[in-house]
Ligand binder design. Sequence first.
Ligand SMILES: C[S@@+](CC[C@H](N)C(=O)[O-])C[C@H]1O[C@@H](n2cnc3c(N)ncnc32)[C@H](O)[C@@H]1O
Length: 259
Amino acid sequence: MDLKFGDIQETALIPLAIKASETARTNARIKDLKAKEIIETLGVDVSKFDPFLSHEGVVARTIMFRDELKRLIDMYQDALCVNLGCGFDDKFSQVDNGKITWFDVDLPDQIAVRRKVYEDRERCTMLSGSALEGEWTKSLPKNDMTIVVMEGVLEYFSKDMVKTCLNMLCDSFSHGYLLAELHSPFLEKNGKHHDAVKNTNATFGWGTKSGKEYLELEPRLTFVSERSYNEEMRKYSIRGKLFAIVGRNINNRLAVFKW
Ligand SMILES: C[S@@+](CC[C@H](N)C(=O)[O-])C[C@H]1O[C@@H](n2cnc3c(N)ncnc32)[C@H](O)[C@@H]1O
């Protein structure tokens, strides 16, 4: 299939490649059979997108986002959930409780490719939309609680873009949680050495030392929690343990905000 990806859109192939290769391992820590199917259907070469640190990071974040999301869905069992910048991710299958309403949202060209490999399901709908403007949110059902997931998306935004996105979310949904992947100023400066992203044309945007830096951009937000991927990565290998020491402050984090 002849596919053209935008610079940030192409980065969606990284978690896809990693989820497929992890699934094929004996003792796989995450199972994502859909990822393998997508790679085969699209016929894309993802061999350069699966180096060690990115692999461990994506496995860690997949587990951490899933568990945090399940915890929130237990609290708000019929929440409206939005996977914003969904790429090829199939988080709905990992967390569905039979009651949530889920939207997979991404830029129009990415949703067009996603539609080649996914169909809308009951309570799980694909939608074109941008994290930088809220027009698409008007077509969503109203709900008292919205849970927004942004995994591997804000990393590519400038500070101004992050502000626009946070303001848009708080304007569009009356109450919500945001589960966001954040990265450090170190990665912002040294992104060209990132073991997987260096193989794309994407560059990292505004990095933070703490998720609390988001609060000055959007006063309606409150900070709930923040955990480094090191917490999960250090469990599995010596290299993961070492990175958790050497890269104590530079690994990506899962931050949770509420409004
Ligand atoms: C690294 S991929 C992550 C995909 C997915 N969240 C995952 O973890 O597998 C980054 C995604 O962000 C999307 N993206 C970039 N800019 C966006 C924007 N302004 N609005 C919505 N999605 C955007 C890209 O199209 C791409 O699918």
